[in-house]
Design a protein around this ligand. Structure first.
Ligand code: DAH
Length: 341
């Protein structure tokens, strides 16, 4: 076979292979095979030495033509394969913009948190600061300094989780009163919300963990009238302008005199209904004038200063505000319940 025939054979072989080639890798292999430095075309050119000088130009030209033809065919095929790959990719990545989007559930505040925020807003609006005390507390702050010495019957009503003989989970936020007085001189105007703990069995109105909001005002000349005015304003802001409060005498070791405070039922306005058990009134807090001994324990002179204090049960506020009859709903975190707020 002379060179011209060899070239023709290479051209034909290349044409056939390129026709069948289905991938860019195969195409590259064909390029190496026919046009590469060690390829078939080069091999033919290397035999040109055996030709006469007259024959060489024609064979050289024929070789160039074949090279150009194969190169052009490879280029064309490359473009074809790339376009095909691009089409397939676009098809794979098609987005149907008419499909409905995925709804994202947005969380929101737990009713205990949102009512507490409201309470804080109301008291801050009256010039109160918000403080916090520790949940693990000394017996001293939780009882002793609040005029509840060891053996005092008031200890029995607050079933206490003791950690050591002198350390416990606080049963009330009232210990914050002492902690604040130790660190601040009058005028004092604070609320101290937080979790409290009692060894109670769980039922519709009891939980071993619940929340209180302590309040205290200490200054010169503070009277029971200030307590009434402050809590009356609080009740009206929280439950509406028509709300009234009433005080009933009570006893707490750390206040003297002491009272329990009811608000008029905001559902029936005081006539009596299922919410207020036909009383017309709902108890929401305890309070009174800070006992002189408690002021003294806080390092404040009871001859010069006086104060009032109160303790609010947050769960009760929430239950009455939303008409809930079972406290457990507030802790179970059932989203079907929580989504209603
Ligand atoms: N600590 C009391 C309780 O847990 C509530 C309370 C009553 C707090 C009277 C007070 C107060 O500050 O003056 O039942």
């Amino acid at each position: 076979m002379n060179q011209k025939e060899q070239l023709e054979q290479i051209r034909a072989a290349a044409e056939e292979i390129l026709q069948k080639t289905g991938s860019l890798e195969e195409l590259d292999a064909a390029r190496v095979r026919f046009l590469g430095k060690k390829g078939e075309l080069t091999a033919v050119l290397k035999t040109m030495g055996s030709l006469s000088p007259e024959e060489r130009p024609a064979v050289g030209q024929a070789a160039n033509t074949v090279r150009e033809q194969i190169a052009a065919a490879i280029e064309k095929k490359t473009a074809e394969l790339k376009a095909k790959a691009q089409d397939a990719k676009l098809l794979r990545e098609t987005i149907d913009v008419t499909l409905p989007g995925e709804a994202v559930d947005i969380g929101h505040k737990h009713p205990l948190s949102s009512v507490l925020d409201e309470v804080k807003e109301i008291f801050m609006g009256m010039g109160f600061d918000v403080r916090q005390g520790p949940e693990v507390e000394w017996d001293y702050y939780n009882f002793e300094a609040l005029n509840i010495p060891k053996g005092h019957p008031a200890r029995d009503t607050q079933d206490t989780f003791y950690i050591t003989e002198n350390m416990l989970l606080r049963t009330q936020t009232s210990g914050c009163q002492i902690r604040v007085m130790e660190n601040q001189k009058p005028p004092i105007r604070i609320i101290a919300p937080g979790r409290v703990f009692r060894s109670d069995a769980v039922d519709a109105t009891h939980s071993p963990i619940f929340h209180q909001i302590e309040g205290m005002v200490v200054d010169e000349g503070v009277t029971m009238g200030d307590l009434v005015g402050t809590l009356d304003t609080f009740a009206k802001r929280l439950y509406g302008e028509d709300t009234r409060i009433r005080l009933r005498p009570h006893h707490f070791p750390f206040t003297e005199p002491s009272c329990e405070i009811d608000v008029s039922c905001f559902k029936c306005g005081g006539k009596g209904c299922s919410m207020c058990k036909n009383e017309g009134w709902i108890e929401i807090l305890g309070g009174g004038m800070v006992h002189p001994k408690v002021l003294e324990n806080g390092g404040i002179d009871p001859e010069k200063y006086s104060g009032f204090a109160f303790g609010i049960g947050l769960e009760r506020l929430v239950m009455f505000k939303y008409g809930l009859d079972d406290m457990r709903m507030l802790y179970e975190n059932d989203v079907r319940f929580l989504n209603q707020f």
